[in-house]
Design a protein around this ligand. Structure first.
Ligand code: SGN
Ligand code: CA
Length: 540
């Protein structure tokens, strides 16, 4: 806290009022990992409180139908950077992809337009970042405790502390040295990419005891039986059978007493990064709970996953399943709490430095996530929870729109939006649509209104990572206002699904092939093909 206050004083003191005059807005793009709208109180009040994130929406806009193009980290980041679908930017999946950093990207175009650019946090695109004047990234997924960062000169060093706080410190430090101080200084675009709240949801030590008195209501689809949906039935992302007792729910009683599975070893690696004192605080919280867990469930339960069939039926398994769900929700909620606080600290800094009025602040995630819906954790599917991603913005001067925006938007839209705001040309090969006409409010021109009246009426999605962890089959599809058509393909599957989102918002009833749906189905096929032609996806 002390360090930030010093930085604020330094920045404000050295900043003449002229700094406010810069015509082009600055951009602060905050992207978290796996933070889903269900766990953000301006979208959903059932589970957590996120007052700072809500503040962005309250002072600005909240997109109510915001989606990704491919619900996975690396691909989602590549879509954001290029404004193009995965088949065009080349980064289709985490497992085999290396982002081609020589291609056109939005940060490079911003640089060319006279912006100072910086990236701090999770990158996950394997190749070295390009288009950033400054960058400091986590290797791969990064760590929660005392995380290592890769620096621009190629060196690696661990910072002390909790990752969400450290990323925020680094962002503030960069702003203190690089934000425009005079009207002629360059505007900036700062990309703050958090590791939180990715699996395995390790909380800040100060937050360990938060949410422990909370019993979260089970979502209505928690006991989904996946009838009519083959791909859903075949996955490995069930809280019951696939969530690991040690790695995910942290029931660890020490190296000698815990079987050395691959996930236990990974868990030991993650918590092994803490200092002795930090580890003591961590163990003080989790070890007594772990001991009680094994006393309650017995050694024979051990560390084995629940069996999926019995997990839905037997009372012992049902109790254990619900216990896992509560642990998952509580730890995730703690990790979101620090995210909320740190975003608040960054907003406070921008305000104190006089930057807030001329800065576009974007808060989003690389995709949504399942918080027990369909019995799941993780993402990847084109079903609503993971197709959607939170998107709220605090708008710079001159953009008057406030409240909810219900047009369908996608993460390929961010690149053209930032370019248009920066006054740069939007290259013709960018596939997203600039959101600017949706943001002007009272200042909207006739041309803006024309663009809004022709807004897209469907989005396209394509997920590629299979065979892989969680076993979600490859699929592509279209979502319109009311319907969704998905094709699962390749390897061991060739299955279509059709949903009426109005009648069946939880997507439990696959209507594909029903005679009553023949007309809708044919229309959706036609529109899907049109989108595949429009976006030039060779897979069709
Ligand atoms: C890791 C996680 C997965 C997760 C992927 C992708 N396993 O592999 O659960 O689906 O990341 O996530 S873990 O055992 O390493 O935690 S993504 O957000 O980076 O795409
Ligand atoms: Ca992610």
């Amino acid at each position: 806290m002390k360090r930030t206050s010093q930085l604020i004083v330094m920045a404000v003191a050295g900043m003449p009022a002229m700094a406010q005059e810069a015509a082009r807005p600055n951009i602060v793009y905050i992207m978290t990992d796996d933070h889903t709208a269900q766990m953000m109180s301006c979208y959903d009040t059932r589970y957590v409180e996120t007052p700072n994130l809500d503040r962005i929406a309250a002072d600005g806009v909240r997109f109510t139908r915001s989606f990704v193009a491919n619900s996975l980290s690396g691909p989602s980041r590549a879509c954001m950077l290029t404004g193009k679908h995965s088949h065009k930017n080349g980064f289709t999946n985490n497992e085999h992809g290396i982002f081609d950093g020589s291609q056109q990207t939005m940060p490079k175009l911003l640089q060319r337009a006279g912006y100072r650019t910086a990236l701090i946090g999770k990158w996950h695109l394997v190749s070295t970042p390009t288009g950033f004047d400054h960058w400091e990234i986590l290797p791969g997924q990064g760590d929660y405790y005392n995380p290592t960062f890769i620096h621009q000169d190629g060196t690696r060093a661990a910072d002390s502390g909790y990752v969400t706080r450290i990323i925020t410190d680094k962002a503030i430090e960069w702003l203190a040295g690089n934000a425009p101080a005079t009207a002629t200084d360059k505007p900036f675009a700062l990309f703050v990419h958090h590791k939180a709240c990715h699996r395995a949801w390790l909380p800040a030590l100060d937050d360990l005891r938060l949410y422990e008195d909370r019993t979260f209501a089970l979502p209505p689809t928690f006991n989904d039986d996946y009838a009519t949906r083959r791909a859903a039935a075949a996955t490995e992302m069930e809280i019951g059978k696939d969530m690991d007792i040690v790695y995910d729910t942290k029931m660890y009683v020490g190296h000698d007493s815990t079987p050395a599975t691959r996930l236990t070893r990974s868990y030991e690696g993650m918590i092994g990064r803490m200092s002795r004192a930090e580890r003591q605080r961590y163990d003080d919280f989790y070890v007594p709970m772990s001991q009680a867990f094994y006393e309650r469930w017995g050694k024979d339960y051990n560390f084995l996953p629940l069996q999926s069939e019995s997990s839905k039926a037997g009372s012992r398994d049902a109790e254990l399943l619900e216990w896992k769900y509560q642990r998952y929700m509580r730890d995730y909620a703690k990790v979101v709490h620090s995210l909320d606080q740190e975003v608040g600290r960054l907003l406070d800094y921008l305000e104190a430095a006089g930057l807030l009025d001329n800065t576009l602040v974007v808060y989003t995630s690389d995709q949504g996530f399942y918080m027990g819906e369909h019995g799941w954790f993780d993402k990847r599917f084109m079903y609503e929870e993971s197709l959607a991603t939170p998107l709220v913005m605090r708008l710079p001067r001159g953009y008057e729109r406030r409240g909810d925006i219900s047009e369908m938007v996608q993460n390929i839209d961010y690149a053209p939006t930032f370019l248009e705001m920066a006054g740069a040309d939007i290259p013709a090969d960018i596939q997203g649509c600039s959101l600017v006409p949706l943001l002007r409010g009272k200042a909207a021109t006739a041309a803006d209104r024309q663009r809004v009246s022709h807004w897209r009426d469907a989005i396209y999605y394509h997920y590629y990572e299979y065979p892989a962890e969680h076993a979600v089959r490859r699929h592509y599809g279209i979502r319109t206002d009311r319907y969704k058509l998905i094709h699962f393909y390749g390897h061991d599957i060739d299955a279509w699904e059709l949903y009426d989102l109005e009648a069946d918002p939880h997507e439990l009833c696959n209507l594909y092939g029903l005679p009553a749906m023949a007309g809708v189905q044919a229309d959706m096929h036609r529109r899907l093909e049109q989108l595949q032609i429009q976006y030039d996806d060779p897979q069709r």
